[in-house]
Design a protein around this ligand. Structure first.
Ligand SMILES: Cc1cc2nc3c(=O)[nH]c(=O)nc-3n(C[C@H](O)[C@H](O)[C@H](O)COP(=O)(O)OP(=O)(O)OC[C@H]3O[C@@H](n4cnc5c(N)ncnc54)[C@H](O)[C@@H]3O)c2cc1C
Length: 395
């Protein structure tokens, strides 16, 4: 019987433990924290959006060919089937899948239950600190109190994203010691900071809007903060902005506060006989009006019919093409995921590191990250499931 060590008891490590043990392997699951799957409880604002009906390679950043192969081996249907077999009731809303209970704890419960049923040896409060490839090709992993040896090692220790406390950096240290190149982690799916002078005025506004960056536009609820911008549309584009900033480049976003109206439709709405500021009260959240007027040229007390064409154009630009220079981003604690990790081209479709047989990387340790919508958990569960099955195979 093969013995498999899994370092990290989060989404991907738990899924790996289940498939490896169900395939007949003896599994040790090492988890640094006092319980497995703690981060899962915080996902989807406590509701755990674990997969999505639309599952295409363009929902992920990372090597396109690797992602395509992954999705051909682990589809939405595969993810749903895995959880159905664990006894999870789920439901779909606009393509997003959640547990029927609307509580992430249901997902964690069914995973933990199956892990217990399969007799996985779960070691909590046990951080993998050092690992080595033994001369016979097996692996040893040392924690503070114990050394475990096994035929395969699955590194599922996540990333610094959303970490409530400092990690051990195991996901970087061990590969480095083996000469494996790790692309540096950077926050992704995070808020962005700016310094346009409007942030204190618009603080707390939540409104429908679009965000455009580098030719990509995302529409949804924008959250305007005292230090910057947030909300799902911003999250979706944040990875590209974080990378640009890390290269020392500028990141200029364009915000559209009336994404459902064209410039011509807005012009038609500038009905005569009204002060511009009064008219905008019916269009925009109150705190946004001074920001728009200031950007347009501070003529809010004018009657709409008095506006010259350049003033109308400036108003439309402020409403639909509001330049927002991004100067910073949320740190790892504020991010939902990361870019960076092991280059997926170094992995087989079963997530085995090509140059060290028996060594696997899953979840956020791999340089593949998804947009918002259940894609990161889909990848975490799927990579764990595929790695667990592959590692358990008797050669
Ligand atoms: C607030 C928040 C909300 C999110 N919401 C969603 C969502 O709704 N949908 C979605 O798809 N994604 C969501 N994500 C992203 C998703 O949670 C992650 O992509 C996913 O959990 C990654 O799984 P993982 O197994 O790679 O890492 P993790 O789930 O982070 O698990 C890694 C585990 O390894 C443990 N560990 C670390 N170092 C060691 C060590 N040295 N030894 C032993 N154990 C170790 C950690 O304690 C942890 O339990 C969210 C993330 C955050 C932070």
């Amino acid at each position: 019987m093969k013995k498999i060590i899994i370092a990290g008891g989060g989404a991907s490590g738990m899924a790996a433990a289940i498939t490896a043990a169900a395939s007949g392997a003896s599994v040790v699951l090492m988890e640094a924290r006092e319980q497995t799957g703690k981060k899962l409880l915080r996902t989807g604002s406590g509701r755990c959006n674990f997969t999505n009906a639309r599952m295409e390679p363009d929902c992920y950043y990372g090597d396109r060919a690797f992602v395509s192969t992954f999705l051909s081996r682990f589809s939405t249907a595969d993810c749903l089937s895995f959880f159905r077999k664990l006894g999870l009731l789920y439901r779909e809303r606009d393509g997003y899948y959640y547990p029927y209970s609307n509580s992430a704890s249901s997902v964690l419960s069914v995973l933990n239950q199956r892990i217990r049923e399969l007799g996985v040896n779960v070691l909590t409060c046990t951080a993998a600190e050092k690992a080595a490839v033994l001369p016979d090709g097996r692996f040893s992993v040392a924690s503070e109190n114990t050394v475990i040896t096994g035929d395969a090692l699955i590194i599922a220790s996540g990333s610094p994203a959303g970490a409530e406390r400092q990690g051990t950096g195991f996901q970087k240290l061990f590969p480095k010691a083996c000469g494996i190149r790790i692309r540096p982690f950077l926050p992704a799916l995070t808020m962005l900071y700016g310094n346009e002078g409007c942030e204190r005025v618009w603080e707390g506004v939540r409104c429908r809007g679009s965000v455009t960056y580098e030719g990509r536009t995302e529409t949804g609820e924008l959250q305007l903060l005292s230090g910057g911008i947030s909300g799902i549309p911003v999250f979706q584009l944040s990875r590209m902005a974080v990378q640009a900033l890390s290269r020392g480049e500028e990141a200029v976003f364009f915000l559209d506060f009336l994404p459902d109206l064209t410039a011509d439709e807005i012009t038609d709405l500038l009905t005569p006989g009204k002060k511009l500021e009064d008219l905008l009260r019916g269009w925009l959240p109150r705190k946004l009006i001074p920001v728009i007027l200031r950007r347009a040229g501070s003529f809010g007390d004018r009657m709409t019919e008095e506006l010259e064409i350049p003033e109308r154009n400036a108003l439309i630009r402020a409403l639909k093409h509001f330049t927002y220079r991004v100067t910073g981003h949320g740190d790892f604690r504020e991010a939902q995921t990361v870019s960076g990790g092991i280059d997926p081209r170094e992995l087989t479709p079963g997530f085995e590191y090509r140059r060290i047989p028996g060594l696997y990387f899953t979840g956020e340790t791999v340089d593949v990250d998804g947009i918002c919508g259940g894609y990161n958990l889909h990848f975490a569960f799927g990579s764990g499931i595929l790695a667990g099955a592959d590692a358990a195979k008797e050669s």
